[in-house]
Write a protein that binds this ligand. Structure first.
Ligand code: NFS
Ligand code: SF4
Length: 650
């Protein structure tokens, strides 16, 4: 397939074309080479959980209906689903664990270069955890917080401490259903145990555990990561940044940071600002050192510092194919092995940093809490030394005209901006939802995928439809990355909104599409929803709120964990493309219908991505009906006189 046929985005088009001309394989080529992909796998009808297998089930009912052990399609699919949720939870939570260890090291003065940046957040977290603050030094409090949160991974008794941040009705429901998560590692280990051969073989019970392990992700791993990162690196506040591949610099040493844990990228940022290193860069003929990010590491740097985002998931190879990158440094998750092939065509160095995430063919410079800064400097040196090796003839940095982005909308910021300068509060948001200026809030999260043609900007098209109909959008992960590169996350974009949302955006000065951070920052959405409930007027539980979430191009197991924790928290979730359980009609029915009776929310899977926005809007309107807030508001066209009467003084 020619690149031209599979993209509508000029940047992706040009880079893919250049990759093809240079004989460099891309995600899209490999996806093509995999066609047709295994039908059993797509339907979740294969099992390799023991060596009696591999077993398949025939979806047409002509061949085997059961695996050798007797497991049926529902068991196959539910076990897969649970393992995905457990793997996703493990990824976010292991990241959180590293953050907690770092907090302890910083508190003990053993992690040079890092510091506690947000003491307010530290105090707030201390309160939730019951850590005493009075008369104690910041470091003492931080150490106890770190250790308390480390305890959340393996404590022998009780359920997770952050669960109490949810509305009480929701907490009670989790207790009643037996899905309030215990220690994070325990939920992950139990999920692996249950899905092993001959253990849990009741698809309802397996899906129930998928709720519990995923809740351990949302209200455990993700939330722990977010809170500690805010304490250490600062709670995001609105910041102006840039998002596109054009952020690479023609005449500077370009370093790309990629992966997920901000402890690496923050150390690189500090190292790169060291005057002696900047001088060294100048000595090799560069004007300076430039840092940009890929995937969630980019989101973390963007929302906290406005450091540019070069690209989302499916753009990581393209970023290297610019030939302008001296070094890409990575830690964990979503870093594809295909990168090692791309760097062979350029001078670019690929560097791994954690012993848990090595890539054959990359160089390794180990980073620990104690040595991070020193090692980060070493990595920056490697990039500087590599600058003279850049081949100008191979450099192609796409010129992109916009790509500006205002990012950094933590739930604290949203509350503050909407609440005004005197009292941070969700009241004005709730009021604007109740009076219908804002119909509801939609969260977009998750990945980009080569199953969708490059540069299609699916998220952006859906978001345009949502805001035109007065739905406020909050984005995280690569979904947010795509909207940022699409230029949607600037206040001027309010002109694309419906009348009501536009008025609110104008009054408050926010874009209609808010960048809330990386995937772990979906925990911010959980907190925002809980606070909306507590603020009053929109029901007694998260499941009453006029909100919904979507991931159009899900790829990672982490996306499954996120989807499942949103559902188990009471939020309707739509995933684009294929359902991960499509070969098992009973499991599919459980996820997409019956769960609603249990937890007040359900999944939907929609292959036609253009329909996803509509599904969420219809859902939200139904919630508005149930709340009785659609009654008073007859749709009306406002004239200027009416407009003047409108009270937008928030
Ligand atoms: Ni989320 Fe972020 Fe991107 Fe998907 Fe991967 S980087 S943690 S998993 S691809 S959004
Ligand atoms: Fe086959 Fe059962 Fe073993 Fe799976 S667990 S491979 S279905 S025998």
């Amino acid at each position: 397939m020619e690149p031209k046929e599979r993209t509508t985005d000029d940047v992706a088009l040009e880079l893919l074309k250049r990759m093809k001309e240079g004989g460099i394989e891309s995600i899209y080529d490999r996806h093509q080479a995999q066609q047709p992909q295994c039908g059993f796998g797509q339907l979740a009808l294969c099992c390799r959980h023991c060596n009696w297998g591999p077993c398949n089930i025939d979806p047409f009912g002509k061949g085997p209906k059961r695996g050798v052990c007797g497991a049926d399609a529902n068991t196959f699919a539910a076990r897969h689903f649970l393992r995905m949720a457990a793997a996703g939870t493990a990824s976010h939570s292991d990241h959180a664990r590293a953050a907690a260890y770092l907090l302890v090291s910083v508190a003990r003065g053993k992690a040079p270069g890092y510091q506690i940046k947000d003491v307010d957040k530290l105090m707030m977290v201390a309160q939730w955890l019951g850590v005493k603050t009075e008369g104690r030094k910041t470091n003492e409090i931080a150490e106890e917080i770190g250790n308390t949160l480390l305890g959340e991974f393996g404590k022998p008794h009780g359920t997770l401490l952050f669960l109490k941040r949810a509305p009480e009705t929701r907490q009670k429901l989790w207790q009643k259903l037996g899905i309030a998560p215990r220690a994070i590692d325990r939920e992950i280990a139990e999920s692996m145990h249950r899905t092993s051969m001959g253990t849990d073989q009741d698809y309802r019970n397996l899906v129930k555990q998928a709720m519990r392990v995923s809740l351990a992700d949302g209200w455990g791993g993700c939330m722990i990561a977010t809170e500690i990162q805010d304490i250490l690196f600062g709670t995001p506040k609105p910041v102006l940044g840039k998002a596109n591949l054009g952020v690479l610099k023609k005449d500077e040493v370009n370093i790309l940071v990629h992966g997920h844990e901000p402890q690496l990228s923050e150390a690189i940022v500090i190292a790169a600002s060291d005057p002696s290193l900047v001088k060294a860069a100048q000595a090799v003929g560069a004007k300076g050192i430039s840092i940009a990010g890929i995937c969630c590491t980019a989101n973390e740097l963007l929302v906290r510092h406005g450091i540019p985002l070069a690209g989302h998931m499916t753009m990581q190879e393209m970023a290297l194919a610019t030939g302008a990158v001296e070094l890409m440094v990575v830690d964990v998750q979503c870093v594809i092995q295909g990168l090692t092939e791309v760097v062979k065509h350029f001078h670019t160095k690929l560097v791994t940093t954690l012993s848990k995430g090595k890539i054959y063919g990359a160089e390794h410079v180990e980073i620990t809490d104690e040595t991070a800064l020193e090692q980060a400097k070493k990595i920056v040196w490697m990039a500087i030394d590599n600058y003279p090796n850049r081949n100008a003839a191979k450099v192609f940095i796409p010129q992109v005209k916009d790509g500006g982005v205002v990012a950094g909308f933590s739930h604290e910021t949203i509350k503050y901006m909407l609440g005004g300068r005197y009292r941070a509060s969700y009241r004005p948001l709730n009021d604007n939802i109740m009076n219908g200026r804002i119909r509801g809030v939609v969260g977009i999260a998750g990945c980009t995928s080569p199953k969708v043609a490059a540069g299609q900007q699916c998220y952006a098209s859906m978001v345009k439809e949502l805001i035109a109909n007065d739905f406020l959008v909050v984005g995280t992960g690569c979904a947010a990355g795509e909207c940022a590169t699409g230029g949607l996350m600037i206040p001027e974009y309010k002109d694309a909104c419906g009348k009501g949302l536009k008025e609110v955006c104008e009054a408050v000065g926010i874009p209609p599409v808010l960048h809330a951070g990386a995937c772990v920052d979906n925990s911010r959405i959980l907190i925002a929803c809980s606070e909306m409930v507590k603020e009053g007027g929109l029901g007694n539980d998260i499941s009453d709120l006029p909100v919904a979430g979507a991931c159009l191009e899900w790829m990672s197991e982490k996306a499954i964990a996120i989807g499942q924790y949103f559902v188990a928290s009471g939020i309707f979730v739509v995933f684009g493309m294929n359902s991960p359980v499509s070969g098992a009609p009973d499991v599919l029915k459980l996820l997409t219908k019956e769960l609603e009776e249990e937890v007040g929310a359900r999944w939907a899977f929609e292959t036609d991505l253009k329909k996803v926005g509509r599904l969420m809007m219809d859902h939200i309107e139904k919630k508005r009906d149930a709340l009785g807030i659609n009654v008073a508001k007859e749709r009306k066209l406002y004239d200027m006189e009416d407009r003047r009467k409108l009270d937008v003084s928030i």
